[in-house]
Design a protein around this ligand. Structure first.
Ligand code: SF4
Length: 352
């Protein structure tokens, strides 16, 4: 299960991993499973989807077992940020702005482990991979409760634990102690911009604070720690990708363990209103042309090729300009930001 899929309309008090109707449906990897429509749309556009990446990553696994070997745990949607391409499904912080913008949304209340105690009855003895995502997983106790349960079952040393985190939070002493006992800890920091662009793209986050947290993790003496930057590319940040690369190269190129820190690109999509408006496929011909010229100067070849191919795959329409400007103007109005200045390259491209 992952954060892109449509969640089960049913709530389960216990889970039979072999026979659960919802999980059986999801296992039909070779058919167009409705719950996976977000990934299927990505695949039709020629991008590698989250689903495909996961299948590839597990290609060498011995057999497909119906045991709990991999768990992706969606923590509640509590988040301290309201990123410009996110929405209330993932961030509680977004709800007031959706209401002010009169955007319809389904009130989405995820349950934390305080209410959702399914994990208490799970057999973690065969677990190998555990991934936490939110909201912001480090804002909840969910991960601590589950890691402690795995430790109780004497399997923590065999588990690769990973997190999508927004890089705003330091680990508690208890978290660090549990991480030390895991096989490997992977932290995927969601960093869509640096400097003043960060403050608008990941509002109300403040880059100077986030940078200090990231440097703490860079210097953390944790032998089993591995780090990657995850960047969600949208029209808001496509003209500022080189700034992220420059910052990575200068300050964040290696962990304390001397492992290289890479940047992994994904694309904003229709999981929220902002994601839809700022997705590359909502581009205008003028923005596309300016973005292609900018991307050609990007210093990292993998990122350059990924972005060039994504930009070339979208056609664009001049009619999209009004929606983009309207959305960003509303964001400014509610948050006191100034996108025309901070995202001046996008502003210029829109009006070319
Ligand atoms: S940090 Fe993640 S969950 Fe929070 S608003 Fe940003 S994208 Fe959404």
């Amino acid at each position: 299960m992952c954060c892109f899929q449509h969640l089960s309309p049913r709530t389960y008090n216990t889970i039979d991993f072999e026979n659960n109707d919802y999980l059986q449906e999801l296992r039909k990897v070779d058919t167009d499973v409705a719950q996976c429509s977000s990934c299927l749309i990505d695949e039709r556009r020629g991008n590698q989807s989250h689903r495909q990446a996961h299948i590839l990553a597990n290609a060498n696994n011995e057999t497909r077992q119906t045991k709990l070997t991999t768990l992706t745990y969606n923590c509640e949607n509590t988040c301290n940020l309201a990123c410009i391409t996110c929405g209330p499904r993932y961030s509680s912080k977004w709800k007031p702005d959706y209401q002010r913008m009169n955007i319809e949304f389904v009130s989405f209340e995820k349950q934390s482990t305080h209410k959702n105690t399914v994990y208490k009855d799970l057999d973690f003895s065969c677990l190998k991979f555990l991934h936490f995502q939110g909201g912001e997983p480090l804002l909840t106790d969910d991960h601590l409760l589950i890691l402690s349960k795995i430790k109780e079952q004497n399997n923590l040393e065999n588990v690769v634990v990973s997190y999508n985190t927004n890089g705003n939070f330091l680990p508690s002493p208890e978290t660090l102690e549990l991480w030390r006992q895991a096989k490997l800890v992977k932290l995927y920091f969601s960093i869509d911009a640096v400097g003043e662009q960060y403050n608008i793209v990941r509002n109300p986050g403040e880059w100077h604070k986030v940078e200090q947290v990231l440097l703490y993790y860079r210097d953390l003496d944790l032998p089993n720690l591995w780090i990657e930057i995850g960047t969600t590319v949208s029209l808001a940040n496509v003209f500022y990708i080189q700034d992220i690369i420059n910052w990575r190269d200068q300050f964040f190129s290696k962990t304390h363990n001397d492992d290289e820190i890479k940047i992994y690109i994904t694309f904003a999509g229709a999981t929220s209103y902002g994601g839809q408006v700022l997705a590359l496929n909502n581009i205008t011909p003028a923005i596309k042309s300016a973005a292609l010229a900018y991307v050609a100067t990007v210093s990292d070849d993998v990122i350059k090729n990924t972005l060039t191919s994504a930009l070339n795959s979208v056609r664009g329409s001049p009619a999209h300009a009004d929606t983009i400007v309207d959305y960003l103007n509303k964001i400014d109005q509610f948050r006191g930001t100034d996108w025309k200045t901070t995202l001046s390259k996008l502003h210029t491209a829109i009006h070319e």
